[in-house]
Design a protein around this ligand. Structure first.
Ligand code: PGA
Length: 247
């Protein structure tokens, strides 16, 4: 039985002091034994967030990481900077990073490999645009993203990965995918993992749905056979996140 994982993607929201206040507010609301709960906060808030989350079930994740160890990469954050302070998860390849910061399947793959090398669990994002959905290429496109993201990743590493299926047209739009749409693609992703590795790996890897998840939609989405939780943007900044975690 796969353990659910509900992650909040705070994006570029909340100052460090606001982050601490929000964690303190949400802490009692997201308490659960039944799922992993991760708050992916802006880099500058990682340390105060880790401090604020101490003693709770909340894990702290980053929203990005660079694929080199150190050096002349102005503005970037290295994996050992994350591990030294206790960051356990990192979002890789979010569609906003692909769109605004020129991330590609290849850089996503490099980051995924680097995260595993440092023992950080990547939350690997994939998902189609509205045009691609209308063109009927959703599954082909997502399979390609997944195949490239996992190039060189070992079976043992892959088992511990998290994949977030996030249709771009559903992100921040209030237009959540239907349960059938979400389950269909998550099932196809699991099938793709089975083809790359084997059934055992496919059965262990966790696949989230993301895109306008709300307290109202979480239960049905997360009850699907191939959906193991969610990556939540807007609603993770509100007390609603407690309802989503305890769906
Ligand atoms: P949303 O964002 O829940 O606000 O749609 C999800 C995401 O981008 O991870």
């Amino acid at each position: 039985m796969r353990r659910k994982i509900i992650a909040g993607n705070w994006k570029m929201n909340k100052t460090p002091s606001e982050a601490v206040a929000l964690i303190n507010e949400l802490k009692p609301l997201v308490e659960t034994q039944d799922a992993d709960v991760v708050f992916c906060v802006p880099a500058i808030s990682l340390i105060p967030a880790l401090e604020a989350a101490k003693g709770s079930n909340i894990e702290i994740g980053a929203q990005n990481m660079y694929f080199e160890e150190s050096g002349a990469y102005t503005g970037e954050i290295a994996p050992n900077m994350l591990t030294e302070v206790g960051v356990k998860y990192v979002i890789i390849g979010h569609s906003e990073r692909r769109e605004y910061f020129a991330e590609t399947d290849e850089t996503v793959n490099k980051k995924v490999l680097k995260a595993f090398e440092h023992g950080i669990t990547p939350i690997i994002c994939c998902g189609e645009s509205l045009t691609q959905r209308e063109q009927g290429v959703t599954i082909d496109f997502v399979r390609q993203q997944v195949k490239i993201a996992f190039l060189g990743v070992t079976k043992e590493q892959a088992k511990t990965a998290v994949i977030a299926y996030e249709p771009i047209w559903a992100i921040g739009t209030g237009k959540v995918a239907t349960t059938d749409q979400a389950e269909e693609v998550c099932r196809a992703i699991r099938q793709c993992i089975a083809e790359i590795y084997d059934d055992e790996t496919a059965n262990e890897i966790r696949i989230q749905y993301g895109g306008s998840v709300s307290a109202a939609s979480a239960k049905e989405l997360f009850s699907q056979a191939n959906i193991d939780g969610g990556l939540v943007g807007g609603a993770s900044l509100k007390t609603d996140f407690g309802k989503i975690v305890n769906y």
